[in-house]
Design a protein around this ligand. Structure first.
Ligand code: HEM
Ligand SMILES: [Cu+2]
Length: 535
């Protein structure tokens, strides 16, 4: 314990803001993301308060438009996309492969600065008056009619995109080049396969978003006729470009979550992941097929029927590798020695919520049903089940799992389990009623609605209040643990991954000596019979 670790090597501000240590950069991201999560969450709270009553009691329609746009923009680009890769990923990738750092430590620090620059510019757009286009920036509204801060917000997102691309490159090169001796591809933890697949999407798709936003700005400033049909443009072109990025982007959000779940499910059932190779290749399959389904966001846009049929078919195909993963987690649980520690509660919640989100995605991939459900609350419920029920839940699970490694401290199991159960309950109460609202025809993005929809909206807003409290709880017990928690041993869960073989928190360069890998991952049966010992 007397040895210096990465947190105690130096205490100056300079040592934090100029650090090239991937672990410290992970903490920088972590602090920034908490900040953005609360801004996005404040907007969500205002939305749900407004929707508790059928009339416009809290805000005008114009302010409402700006509220949900701000909520979507902040949550998608400044929370969901960077969350797991940049915090948990940054922290554990080098540890999991037995490396001293990422391949390009300075680039890693630069990525954080670029991300913060983009975030500040977008925040400025919001403070200066906000954006009312929705997070999708659809033309012709965004290019011809909106008088809000469209360009400034887009500029911030454009800049943050470079951070994504650089992080993706850094992960790809690191995983290729810096694996410890003996760590072959099929010995790689599945979290790293999923981050690898995520990085491929980040590198290939993000430039498309950047170009789309650039074209939008050009059109808005100069009216060159890219999207304006009166001078030879095509407004649908914008939707194609936007979703060519944004559909793969939803997998940027969910794949890292799935990766975390593999680690948790196997650790807390004390079993090898069932079908390791299937799960590994499914990540790459999802990344590849995810590029071919963007048109399912455009079924009612007037695109050709043939195109819609192809996109519909491909959307069913992309569900296959996702479903395989769910079956494999379930099979891993089967006859496992299951421990209901806090990270496992999050993992089980993830499996249930992701399944509901995925299945309702199949409803929407079905042409006939989508015509009925598009632009209703059914869609809102669907993507929140995936993004919040899935990704955010996995994030919390991973955070609790690696917390002892990151901080060297243990947290209160009691409060952690209570929060997990409350999040699950609050989440379902918030978003399940929205499926019903959507099926009954309540359109999204409206803040005035017929009184018969109020019952479900009140339930949803009540659930959101519970959810808000539940999301605040970790701030307190984890915050307390970071300073006053009991000291964590190097390997509190008794897990076989490399990251657990160095002290908690790890020393500045991760390992005292270069680790060598001699066996497949997740060997709980042979080498790690003993139980997790956090209690
Ligand atoms: C934690 C992560 C969350 C993420 C990433 C997220 C993401 C999103 C996104 C992308 C949209 C679409 C915005 C648009 O289409 O313009 C949206 C809409 C919405 N979100 Fe969230 N959300 C999160 C949490 C929440 C929470 C906790 C609540 C409720 C308390 C909430 C309530 C809503 C509502 C009511 C809408 C619909 C706005 C509308 O279309 O009228 N969200 N969210
Ligand atoms: Cu999609």
């Amino acid at each position: 314990m007397s040895d210096k670790n990465y947190l105690t090597t130096d205490y100056t501000l300079r040592s934090w803001f100029l650090t090239t240590d991937h672990k410290r950069i992970a903490i920088l991201y972590f602090a920034s993301l908490i900040f953005f999560f609360f801004i996005g969450g404040a907007a969500a709270t205002a939305i749900r308060i407004e929707l508790a009553t059928p009339q416009a009691d809290l805000v005008s329609s114009d302010v409402y438009n700006r509220l949900f746009t701000m909520h979507g923009i902040i949550m998608v680009w400044f929370f969901l996309i960077p969350s797991i890769p940049n915090t948990l990923g940054n922290f554990v990738v080098p540890l999991m492969i037995g490396a001293r750092d990422l391949a390009f430590p300075r680039l890693n620090l630069m990525s954080w600065y670029i991300f913060m620059l983009g975030g500040c510019i977008t925040l400025f757009a919001i403070l200066a008056g906000g954006v009312d286009t929705g997070w999708t920036f659809y033309t012709p509204f965004s290019t011809l009619y909106s008088n809000s801060y469209v360009i400034v917000a887009a500029a911030g997102i454009f800049i943050a995109g470079f951070s994504s691309i650089l992080t993706g490159l850094n992960f790809i090169v690191t995983i290729h080049r810096l694996r410890a001796p003996g760590l072959t591809w099929y010995r790689l933890p599945l979290f790293l396969w999923s981050l690898y697949a995520t990085s491929v999407i980040l590198v290939l798709a993000t430039p498309v978003l950047a170009i789309t936003l650039l074209l939008m700005a050009t059109e808005r400033f100069f009216g060159v006729g890219i999207f304006d049909p009166r001078i030879g443009g095509d407004p649908l072109l914008f939707q194609h470009l936007f979703w060519f990025y944004s559909h793969p982007a939803v997998y940027i959000m969910i794949l890292p979550g799935m990766g975390v779940i593999n680690e948790l499910v196997s650790c807390f059932s004390r079993k090898q992941v069932f079908g390791y190779k299937f799960v590994a290749w499914c990540s790459l399959a999802i990344a590849a097929v995810g590029f071919l389904v963007w048109g399912h966001h455009m079924f009612v846009s007037g695109q050709s029927l043939i195109a819609s049929l192809v996109f519909s078919f491909m959307s069913f195909i992309v569900a296959v590798p996702s479903a395989i993963k769910v079956f494999n987690w379930t099979a891993t649980l089967h006859k496992g020695s299951i421990h209901f520690d806090a990270p496992m509660l999050y993992a089980l919640a993830f499996i249930g919520l992701f399944t509901i989100g995925g299945l309702t995605g199949l409803f929407l991939a079905c042409l006939a049903y989508d015509v009925h459900a598009t632009d209703t609350y059914f869609v809102v419920a669907h993507f929140h089940y995936i993004m919040v029920g899935g990704m955010v839940t996995a994030y919390f699970g991973g955070l609790h799992y690696w917390w002892p490694k990151i901080t060297g401290r243990l947290y209160s199991e009691y409060w952690a389990r209570t929060a997990a159960v409350l999040i699950f309950f609050g989440f379902n109460l918030t978003f399940f009623p929205q499926f019903i609202l959507g099926a009954e025809g309540m359109p999204r993005r409206y803040h005035v609605y017929p009184p018969e929809f109020q019952v479900w909206n009140v339930l949803s807003s009540g659930g959101a209040a519970i959810l808000a409290v539940a999301y605040l709880m970790p701030l307190f017990y984890l915050g307390y643990s970071a300073f006053f928690g009991r000291r964590a041993p190097a390997n509190p869960w008794n897990a076989p991954g490399l990251e657990w073989q160095t002290s908690s928190p790890p020393p500045e360069f991760n390992f005292a000596s270069q680790p060598v890998v001699t066996r497949a991952p997740y060997q709980y049966n042979e080498h790690f019979q003993a139980e997790p010992q956090n209690a």
